[in-house]
Design a protein around this ligand. Structure first.
Ligand SMILES: C[S@@+](CC[C@H](N)C(=O)[O-])C[C@H]1O[C@@H](n2cnc3c(N)ncnc32)[C@H](O)[C@@H]1O
Length: 257
């Protein structure tokens, strides 16, 4: 178990839609240098490079599986490397014109500390652009912590469950102000997804939020988890098609010169 590019890209069109909204916030000056934190398969990193004329970019991700796909997008001006987001400035102390991250920072804890670190990677006059899911109050996500507290999963997970580190909108606006941003856009958007039925929701969550739970369980318990999880979602969403409103945060900020 772990990150699986095939599973993640089952809902490619839906997962990539917020990328276009984030891209629209960026000031597309020519010849920018950029970093993509948690670049995954690199498809969107390459799309970002194409959208920024003359740009050169670097993608970092901690998943070897996801990065294998990124090799296809590598070129003279675009490189990928296995590295944890938390470790990027520990070894590099590098700054970019644009620090970009799409659907990845929600996997790193302690956002006030994380954003302070990420902000250090922005050059004076540069930009930060971040998209993060903020869907933790949806039943698909609430069920995860609920089931992790039930046996046999509680014992198998040794009491572990994932707490979303994603803060409220105002907290990011305040944080960006305190970091010294001279301009900022902080917005939330609900992306309307229409899935066949509750099983479609399970397939969706299997590509992301379910990953850390399933990778901690034996194959037998994974199967048991999926049966119970699917049944509970089917009970709550018996209709077809099913509407899956997905909340995301879009953040953009500029550092003063
Ligand atoms: C939902 S995917 C998004 C991938 C890509 N940015 C996109 O939008 O298609 C999240 C990615 O974050 C990566 N990730 C999670 N935690 C990470 C960390 N601490 N350091 C680096 N990458 C991480 C995962 O390996 C995965 O590829």
């Amino acid at each position: 178990m772990g990150w699986n590019p095939k599973q993640y890209e089952k809902f490619k069109a839906e997962r990539f839609a917020p990328f276009e909204d984030l891209l629209a916030l960026i000031d597309k000056q020519p010849d920018l240098s950029f970093v993509d934190l948690g670049c995954g398969t690199g498809k969107l990193t390459a799309r970002l490079q194409q959208a920024l004329p003359g740009s050169r970019g670097q993608g970092y991700d901690s998943s070897e599986n996801m990065l294998k796909q990124a090799e296809a997008w590598q070129n003279e001006q675009l490189h990928f490397e296995e590295k944890a987001i938390e470790a990027v400035n520990d070894s590099l102390h590098r700054q970019w014109d644009l620090v970009f991250s799409h659907a990845a920072l929600q996997w790193v804890d302690d956002h006030p500390a994380l954003f302070a670190k990420v902000w250090q990677q922005v050059k004076p006059g540069g930009q930060l652009a971040v998209q993060m899911p903020a869907n933790h109050s949806h039943l698909t996500h609430r069920l995860l912590t609920q089931m992790a507290a039930e046996e046999p999963f509680y014992s198998a997970l040794q009491g572990w469950h994932r707490h979303s580190p994603v803060l409220g909108l105002e907290a990011y606006a305040q944080l960006l102000f305190e970091l010294g941003a001279e301009a900022q856009v902080v917005i939330e958007k609900v992306y309307p997804h229409v899935l066949n039925d509750a099983t479609g929701m399970v397939e969706w969550v299997k590509g992301t939020a379910l990953v850390p739970y399933l990778e901690r369980l034996s194959p037998e318990l994974q199967a048991q988890w999926l049966t119970i999880y699917t049944q509970r979602l089917a009970d709550a969403y018996p209709q077809t098609p099913v509407f899956y409103g997905f909340r995301r945060l879009l953040l953009w900020a500029r550092k003063p010169l």
